[in-house]
Design a protein. Sequence first.
Length: 94
Amino acid sequence: MADKIFIKGINTFKRNEKAPDFVIGSGTINLAQFKEFVNSPEMAEHITEYKGQKQIKFQMLKQKDGEGKVNFVVDTYKPESQETKEEPNRDLPF
């Protein structure tokens, strides 16, 4: 398993106990840190394109301390290319 790449510049905070029930937490995005992270050489291979727009796939993971915070982690999964998959058995009886 590859090391997790934590997204820099996004911070989350647990829900304030005085907040309404529909609020599950809060957060900040430090634009300078996030921009530096996105433009870093390590991220180049993780930037994909969808409908002509660049994107980074990520996962939201609960922090281990159980404090209600969330970590944003780059989804580094890459499916096998179609060329390397085995051909299915074409000698089926039907």
